[in-house]
Design a protein around this ligand. Sequence first.
Ligand code: MN
Length: 289
Amino acid sequence: MSVKTVESVEFAPHSHWVGDGFHVLPLFGQKAFTPSVSPFLMLDYAAPEVFSPREQPPGVGPHPHRGFETVTIVYAGEVEHRDSAGHSGKIGLGDVQWMTAASGILHDEFHSREQSRKGGPVSMVQLWVNLPAKDKMTKPGYQTILAQQIPNIALPDSAGQLRVIAGDFADQRGPARTFTQLGVWDVQLEAGKTAHLPIPNGFRTMLPLLEGELTIGAKTYRQGHVLFFSDHGEALEISAKTKAKFLILCGEPINEPIAHYGPFVMNTQDELRTAVEDFRRGRMGHLAA
Ligand code: MN
C-alpha cells in the first residue's frame, strides 16, 4: 500500500478582517479557487483571538453567495447566522454549520449576542466547498451539525482523536450531507505519536495545520502550513512533533472550469454576470433588518 506524498506547501503570512468579527488567515494562499484544491475553494482560519465585551455583536452584515457551500467550524466562542432562505442557527465549540448557498442566498454572520456581551476568545474556520455545475442552481440548504452528532474516533495507540464531520473514516460516516464524495475530518494528534489515515486513491488531499508541529517523511511542518498531497496513494502517514491540531480535507476533484468573483463561484464569466445582476435585482432574497 502506498502513502500519499507531500507535493507542495502553502503558507499565508497575512491575515485580514472579515467584517469586524473574524480575523482570518486565507490558508490556501495562491491555490485558492484553483483545481489544486478541488472540490474545495478556499479556507479562512481565525486563530484564537480575545474580543472585549460589547453590546453590538461584531461580524459581517448581509452579503450574498451563489454556486457553492460555506462550512463553518467553531473552535472557541459562539457565532450566529441567518439567511434569506429562512434558516438561522447558533453554533459553539465543536459545532459545524454547513450552509448550501447554491442558487443564491443573502446572509449575515455575527458573534452571538451572549458571546459579544461577555467577550472572550473566538476561533473558527470557514471552508468553501464547490458544487458541480448540475447542482449550482439547486435550492439553498442549511445543516446545523452539533458536536454531539459528530463521530469522535479514538486513534490507535492513544495517538489522538479524529472527528468525522463529512465523509467516511474507519466505518463511521460523518453527518454532513454533501453533493460530491469528500471528507472533512478534524484531528488532534498527541506529541510523539503517529497516525495512519486511509484516504481513497485519486482523492485530492490537503492538511491545514492549525496548531503544533508535524513530521511527514523527513520534513517538519508548523502552524499555518497547508500541505498538499499527491492524489495517488491510499493513506497518510503523519507524526506529531508537538501536540497538533489539523484538518484533513479530501475529495474527488470536480473537473469543471472555476469562475470566481467575490462571493460567487460559477463555471463561466457569463454566469458570474448573471449572479451579480440577480443579486442587484434582489433575486437572492432579502434579510429582515
Ligand atoms: Mn458569508
